[in-house]
Design a protein around this ligand. Sequence first.
Ligand code: ATP
Length: 262
Amino acid sequence: MTTAVGKPQQGDAHGNAAVAARARQVVKAYGTGETRVVALDHVDVDIVRGEFTAIMGPSGSGKSTLMHCLAGLDTVTSGEIHLADTEITGLKDKRLTRLRRDRVGFIFQSFNLLPTLNALENITLPMDIAGRRPDAAWLRRVVETVGLGDRLKHRPTELSGGQQQRVAVARALAAQPEIIFGDEPTGNLDSRSGAEVLDFLRLSVDELGQTIVMVTHDPVAASYADRVLYLADGRIVDEMRRPTAERVLDRMKAFDGRGRTS
Ligand SMILES: Nc1ncnc2c1ncn2[C@@H]1O[C@H](COP(=O)(O)OP(=O)(O)OP(=O)(O)O)[C@@H](O)[C@H]1O
């Protein structure tokens, strides 16, 4: 398949991997005094451009909080978050909203498609609202990659859960965001539909050069990633490259309930 759409640059002239998002000494605390909860405890992380990163860890370890802070959906208590070269910590609401709209894509557990629009209309909706014209070659490529063929004219209720979530991923991809965040994107799907979506996410990284960060509890879902980050008690305690479901499961078993090695 030929296309005019190239992969984004993987690094600079010195071979350093380009960083899509960066957290430095990020602390996120909720509440005060005795009810204070430290959800993120001095987290440092680089999300590499063109990679698929999974975030894992026990319930309450800070996965969603980290994702929300990296995506500019939540403020930090201290520390810095950068999206490429832009420091987003400290941006005023209006600029942050615009930055999220123009540079970040989201995929949620519940697909959030509009029932009255067909699949293709759902894919282009955010760009229509933003008054942006989708790059035609890119949109064609995304639509080819989503692999829904003649179902693009179907409404969400006429699609399976896996197909609906693929539409939601295509919608996130259409605007060519620098980074896509997914919060348990396969959490509501059976294993076959989940595999469809994960295959598509993997393909969008390999073929379209997309950067993806996904929170998941599922070792099989994590095995589609290039890199798995493990959180425990608000800290990154481990990471794994080229994961397999078996290795991820073994690593999870080696941790006790709070994520520490037993
Ligand atoms: N709005 C909030 N107010 C108070 N505490 C919060 C708030 N949001 C999260 N927390 C706390 O911060 C910690 C981290 O929560 P977070 O949702 O990030 O964990 P998680 O790893 O995503 O959990 P899960 O896997 O259960 O979704 C938890 O102790 C949680 O109770």
